[in-house]
Design a protein around this ligand. Structure first.
Ligand SMILES: [Zn+2]
Length: 424
């Protein structure tokens, strides 16, 4: 395959902008991938200066460098021609192309690349989206437009600034307890929403039997789950600062309590009754909202509940007892029935667990944004039941019939004598 996209880093674009009219460009290419990256730029006949790398793990950081390219300062109309030729899949005769670029040299039978820089785009060109930089494949037979990807000045979630409260989410800190298949997906979703800081807490290591459902791959087997996700997020979402802890939320509750003053919202995706109750208790005592997520009844339902530390909102225990009184199943008793532990068969499929984790992350981000006056992030209720593989026979609120159904419930008040909801 011939080169079909050229990458120009921010630094490369800056070097061309600062140049005096033309220069040489050094590229590194992968013919198999059809990609070339600009790695050095000269000003005229000067020495080519390195212009940065795309990413420290980019596949074009190694390979042979080629000086097969030049750059040229041009009138805006030249890059408008690029737009026109790209749309029509057209070819420009070599002489016509050379005539538009003063001092353009004859390729002499070889194929090479040219980058044209048009700094003086007027309002008309901006409306047409004429590019500031354009790339061309130059052959004696004709000149073809090439795809040129220029790195933008802004990076990461900042690109969403006009449509998403990037600043608010970027200043927020979320604690995720339990980094199994649900919690791992929640952590990725929180980072993708632009979370500024994540604290990840899980005492377990990633094992082979986790791989069919976990967001982390085999390269992390043996590592602490929290650390594995931290390492993946460092590459995937570098704007999010991630702290990984090997704490057990029940045994190391004091360590978790110490983290809470700086945390905005807690997401609990831990297996089992005890960790969920501890998170409910710690969150209420710290005055922080918590989102608790799990799957129930062998993966038939996802269950995501929000606990506010407010007087009229009961804790997890109060809520569970209220549901039991109303005839529903006790979610806590089923929370760890057969999923995730090595001795039990797996029930829910990984993608269903990820869906629940992403839903919990959305709920957590919305909880924070709602508190900051983002009214489009008010949620439909305080407790959502998602039907994943619904089964007949469950009592309300788990009496959903169709997969994909989401039913919302309101909060239940504290019960008399509750040691979590009562005064400390
Ligand atoms: Zn309570």
């Amino acid at each position: 395959m011939s080169t079909s996209v050229i990458l120009l880093t921010r630094e490369g674009a800056a070097a061309i902008r600062a140049g005096t009219g033309w220069g040489f460009v050094t590229t590194r290419t992968s013919d198999a991938d059809g990609v070339g990256v600009v790695i050095a730029v000269s000003d005229g006949r000067g020495f080519p200066r390195p212009v940065g790398i795309v990413d420290r793990l980019h596949y074009l950081n190694v390979g042979d460098a080629k000086q097969n390219c030049t750059w040229h300062r041009v009138a805006a109309d030249v890059n408008h021609w690029w737009l026109h030729c790209s749309a029509k899949r057209g070819v420009i005769a070599f002489d016509e192309f050379a005539g538009m670029i003063p001092g353009f040299r004859q390729p002499g039978g070889v194929t090479y690349l040219a980058i044209t820089h048009a700094p003086d785009l007027d309002e008309r060109h901006r409306q047409w989206a004429t590019p500031e930089f354009a790339a061309w494949r130059v052959t004696p037979a004709g000149v073809l437009p090439l795809d040129l990807e220029v790195q933008r000045e802004k990076a990461g979630t900042a690109l969403l600034e006009s449509h998403w409260p990037v600043g608010i989410v970027g200043a927020a800190r979320f604690l995720v307890v339990g980094l199994g298949s649900i919690g791992g997906a929640a952590a990725l979703a929180l980072a993708t929403a632009g979370a500024g800081t994540l604290d990840l807490v899980d005492p377990d290591r990633l094992r082979w039997h986790n791989l069919p459902r976990h967001v982390c791959g085999a390269r992390h087997v043996g590592r602490m789950k929290a650390e594995a996700i931290r390492a993946d997020l460092e590459l995937l979402r570098p704007d999010t600062k991630v702290n990984a802890y090997g704490h057990d939320v029940v045994e190391d509750a004091d360590h978790i309590r110490d983290l809470l003053p700086d945390v905005d919202v807690i997401v609990c995706a831990a297996d089992g009754v005890a960790p969920r109750r501890v998170v409910s208790h710690l969150a209420r005592r710290a005055g922080k909202p918590a989102i608790l997520s799990c799957v129930l009844a062998d993966g038939a339902y996802g269950d995501v509940v929000r606990l506010w530390p407010w007087p009229h909102h009961g804790c997890l225990t109060c809520r569970t007892e209220a549901l039991a009184d109303a005839g529903g199943l006790l979610p806590d008793l089923h929370a760890d029935a057969g999923y995730g532990s090595a001795g039990h068969p797996m029930t829910a499929v990984g993608s269903d667990l990820h869906l629940v984790g992403q839903f919990a992350a959305k709920f957590a981000v919305a909880t924070h944004l709602q508190g900051k006056g983002q009214h489009d992030q008010r949620f439909a209720g305080e407790h959502a039941v998602l039907a994943l593989r619904p089964e007949p026979g469950w009592a309300a609120p788990y009496d959903l019939i169709r997969a994909g159904e989401v039913r919302w419930h309101s909060a239940t008040p504290p019960r008399a004598g509750c040691s979590t909801c009562g005064p400390a």
